[in-house]
Design a protein around this ligand. Sequence first.
Ligand SMILES: Cc1cc2nc3c(=O)[nH]c(=O)nc-3n(C[C@H](O)[C@H](O)[C@H](O)COP(=O)(O)OP(=O)(O)OC[C@H]3O[C@@H](n4cnc5c(N)ncnc54)[C@H](O)[C@@H]3O)c2cc1C
Length: 318
Amino acid sequence: MRAGERALRASVGEEIVSGGWAEKAGEILDASRVPYERSFPLSRLTSLGVGGPADFLLRPVQVPSLAQALEGLTDEGIPLAFLGAGSNLLVGDAGFRGVVVCLADLFSEPEVAGATIRAEAGVRLPALVSRLTRLGLSGLEWAEGVPGSVGGSVRMNAGAFQDSMQSCVREVTLLDRHGRVDHRKVTSTDFVYRDAPFVGNRVVVDALFELTPRPPKEIEEIIRPFREHRKRTQPQGVRSSGCIWKNPPGSHAGRLIQEAGLKGTVRGGAKISEVHGNFIVNTGGATFADVMSLADLIRETVLKTHSVPLEMEVVVWS
Ligand SMILES: Cc1cc2nc3c(=O)[nH]c(=O)nc-3n(C[C@H](O)[C@H](O)[C@H](O)COP(=O)(O)OP(=O)(O)OC[C@H]3O[C@@H](n4cnc5c(N)ncnc54)[C@H](O)[C@@H]3O)c2cc1C
């Protein structure tokens, strides 16, 4: 678990701080003019469809008002968490006591200059890949089937097919919790497997991708086998948060789970996919407890059968 996530855990599921906490947050948000809602069910914003309410849900559409809101909320010590497309997130049934900032509406027109494109945090990877294909810019083909946002995917250093965000992200705009902006140049060595430690507990506002010119037809040819592989090996048309576990060095979590005989195991509304052992799917009405019960079973069984400790890839707010 990252340091930022550890700090976050302290604010998840606790009672709302009394003494006008919510009133103060409302005043700050009204002054900043960031669109927000109260008591918003996070199950609606996560691809797995699990999670209780956030006391406040912000949906910024521009950065200056978000910066103003963050500064005010931080000065008051109000707990904050950031959400992209919610496709790698497992939220507890008690939800989040504080303010969740959803960056999904931050998606103005990407800026293209030569072989680079700058995309805002809320742009979805499949939409970005199809735009790059039309523009004849190659480098993100592996990401066509990843349902994350640019911000969340930089944060997670999302990847597939031996590639990941680190190979083409060259600049990231970050906003800290006091509303300060930092334009940071990055190289592939700033990232690690499924993490971007330089982000810390800041918001990724946008990212600049450096790509390679290539005819659109050739880009489509690169994408096709990736798409077919996903269709063949991953559950389709169901709610999930992708892979639950990181692949241990030199191994595949999905294969270990399959060999441990766990595919198809059910707890309440949650099930270990019969198609891919590293996916837990919501078959209807799954709770956080159902999903965690399966996750605990997987961790214990794989440790017993293969002596391999699994580490969670999905981010847990509980
Ligand atoms: C069907 C399916 C297939 C998938 N396939 C893959 C795959 O092939 N490879 C892969 O790596 N992942 C895969 N995933 C997981 C997921 O799509 C990726 O991890 C994605 O990058 C997460 O982006 P997000 O916007 O959904 O992040 P979220 O789930 O919203 O958040 C993930 C983390 O990032 C943080 N975060 C979100 N936005 C920001 C921001 N703007 N600034 C700072 N922090 C932020 C959150 O606080 C949280 O800690 C898959 C998921 C599904 C459902």
